[in-house]
Ligand binder design. Structure first.
Ligand code: PMP
Length: 407
């Protein structure tokens, strides 16, 4: 069953506002998605009805807040098919999730170890591993892509050997939209380097595909609520129980301990062991609300819709002289990255903005990827469930205007 885009749009209050006197055309969902009323209501309701700290109070509100907060964990853990709820650690987002893993690995890596990433990385999954390697003396290996932005599978496989201690790669590239065949890649790593741990940067993956961490057979999967119709400042690290159980603690303090004396402390069990301090309670509840909102749709319908928007953009882009699509991998989501002869991406973004059209311009937190593709940056329109074919047409009308203005 497909869905009614106009009905969906009515659930997003922000989509009916104007920007610079023009109706908003929001094409920046890879940066952050807009929030449906259900998520906004969940946040307001928490603070209105049951605000209280969790896991501490011997009172009604604290119990209720704890119940809702832990129910949110069940929903988020279920969304990626975690085998146990204790495997789901709340974090502030993908960046923190990757840092927990990379900082822990930095303590374990040896100088002979190798960490494998790809040329598609967002800085969150590059700088973290680069720093872990610098701290430990391990080597960072970077699997190359082709000129279309698709991972070179043979070259990736050639990097996996008995020295491989860690492989961390994106499910979907934020800058180009490339979808990596992660299940196939993980299977290869498991076979060739059985001791290596595998982490998936799922920041862009979760909104565009059904994720099953057990079927994927990875060790870690990191994602953020705000790209999944939920609030900012909350996300999750999923980790395989046996791996997370003894993972080095990263923050110490309240909530994560079992016993404390002046001489020493012992740590509590998962998940709290990796969740020191008062958590983002409303955020966790909002994250679950965003996921539940998305779950009312069939992911195949969502994908079909995004592919239709993408096909329209590709068609209109082909017909536009002086425009070049950047990133044309066979498997990609609704991310349309491009450069134009007419001007710098920042100028194009500025002119579109004056017409109410929001895109992202720049290096997309992927400077080495931009250097690899020989572009200073790109302009990027990214599509979500609430975008329409008409908005894609408006994007190109805006680009024609940009060409005229910059001529
Ligand atoms: N990885 C990828 C692929 C991303 O797109 C992003 C967000 N742009 C991140 C990591 C970092 O996510 P966050 O900023 O939510 O921590």
């Amino acid at each position: 069953m497909s869905f009614d885009v106009n009905a969906i749009r009515r659930e997003f209050p922000i989509l009916s506002r104007e920007v610079h006197g023009k109706p908003l055309v929001y094409l920046d969902s890879a940066a952050t998605t807009q929030k449906p009323q259900a998520v906004i209501d969940a946040l307001v309701e928490f603070y209105t009805e049951c605000n209280s700290n969790v896991h501490r109070g011997a009172h009604f509100l604290s119990d209720e807040a704890t119940r809702r907060y832990e129910a949110a964990r069940d929903i988020v853990a279920g969304f990626i098919n975690a085998s146990q709820r204790e495997e789901l650690i709340w974090t502030s987002g993908t960046t923190e999730s990757i840092n927990i893993v990379a900082k822990g690995m930095a303590q374990q890596l040896k100088a002979t170890d190798e960490v494998v990433v790809t040329e598609l990385e967002h800085h969150a999954n590059l700088v973290t591993w680069q720093q872990a390697c610098l701290a430990s003396g391990a080597s960072l290996k970077v699997a190359p892509i082709d000129d279309n932005g698709a991972l070179n599978i043979a070259a990736f496989e050639a990097l996996i050997n008995e020295h491989t201690a860690m492989v961390s790669m994106p499910h979907v590239s934020n800058a180009l939209g490339t979808v990596n065949p992660i299940q196939q890649l993980i299977a290869y790593v498991r076979n060739k380097a059985p001791k290596a741990l595998v982490m998936i940067d799922g920041a862009q993956g979760v909104a565009h595909s059904t994720v099953d961490v057990q079927a994927l057979d990875c060790d870690f999967y990191a994602f953020s609520a705000h790209k999944l119709f939920g609030p900012t400042g909350i996300g999750a690290l999923w980790g395989r129980y046996q791996v997370l159980e003894n993972w080095p603690v990263w923050l110490t303090g309240g909530e994560m301990i079992a016993t404390v004396s002046y001489q020493e402390s012992t740590w509590g069990p998962l998940p709290n062991r990796l969740e020191a301090g008062t958590p983002n309670i409303a955020g966790a509840i909002g994250m679950a609300a965003g996921i539940q909102w998305l779950q009312q749709f069939d992911m195949a319908d969502v994908q079909r819709h995004e592919q239709a928007l993408m096909a329209k953009a590709v068609e209109l882009g082909h017909a536009m002289p002086g425009l070049r699509l950047v990133g044309n991998a066979p498997e990609k989501v609704g991310v349309y990255s491009f450069v134009m002869d007419a001007g710098h991406p920042a100028d194009i973004g500025f002119i579109l903005d004056r017409q109410g059209i929001a895109i992202r311009t720049g290096d997309h937190c992927a400077q080495p990827l931009m250097a690899r593709l020989n572009v200073p940056g790109t302009a990027r329109a990214s599509f979500s469930i609430y975008n329409t074919l008409d908005e894609v047409e408006q994007l190109f009308a805006g680009l024609r205007k940009a060409q005229e203005m910059l001529a």
